[in-house]
Ligand binder design. Structure first.
Ligand SMILES: Nc1ncnc2c1ncn2[C@@H]1O[C@H](COP(=O)(O)OP(=O)(O)OP(=O)(O)O)[C@@H](O)[C@H]1O
Ligand SMILES: [Mg+2]
Length: 149
């Protein structure tokens, strides 16, 4: 099954001088594949991931995830889709500085109005997997870059 499909994706940043960051990209990622994208700094990796994660929209072309055409989703649907279907580790973290790491992890579950028991269970599960139990009560500015990620 195709998880990600990009067709003819072009992204142009319209600053003072327009910049073509992605030019006619085709990409298919199938279920179970583990894909790494490599390239020099400034070559467009983050731009590409922003297209896949719906953080930004292509200038032209199509992005589909599990058959759903992201360009056609309304803002609300897109937010829900992002929260339920996608996981993303950002290059610059995007943690909420006033919350602890544990609270940061719980935040999306709160938006989904999950019960306290389920939230605690999921937090424990993910903390165990990542071996981060001892830093859950720390705030983002108290941990290292790798720990933030
Ligand atoms: N918001 C923006 N406005 C204008 N140009 C941008 C913007 N974001 C990125 N660019 C340009 O697009 C190109 C691709 O940037 P991108 O952040 O995708 O690179 P990258 O491959 O992730 O680099 P790095 O390895 O340094 O993280 C770069 O030349 C960058 O200067
Ligand atoms: Mg980048």
């Amino acid at each position: 099954m195709e998880i990600v499909r990009m067709d003819q994706v072009t992204k142009i940043y319209y600053g003072k001088v327009p910049y073509r960051a992605l030019n006619n990209i085709h990409l298919t990622i199938k279920q179970g594949e583990f894909v790494g994208i490599m390239g020099p700094s400034g070559s467009g990796k983050t731009t590409l991931l922003n297209m896949i994660s719906t953080i930004d929209m292509p200038t032209s072309g199509e992005v589909c995830i599990k058959g759903e055409n992201l360009n056609q989703l309304k803002k609300d649907k897109l937010a829900l889709f992002r929260r339920k279907e996608l996981g993303l580790v950002f290059q610059d973290y995007n943690l909420l500085e006033t919350l602890t790491l544990g609270e940061n992890i719980l935040f999306p579950l709160m938006l989904n109005k999950k019960g306290l028991k389920e939230m605690e269970h999921k937090l424990e599960d993910v903390a165990k997997k990542l071996d981060i139990f001892d830093i859950l009560d720390k705030r983002p500015y108290e941990v290292s870059g790798g720990q933030k990620q």
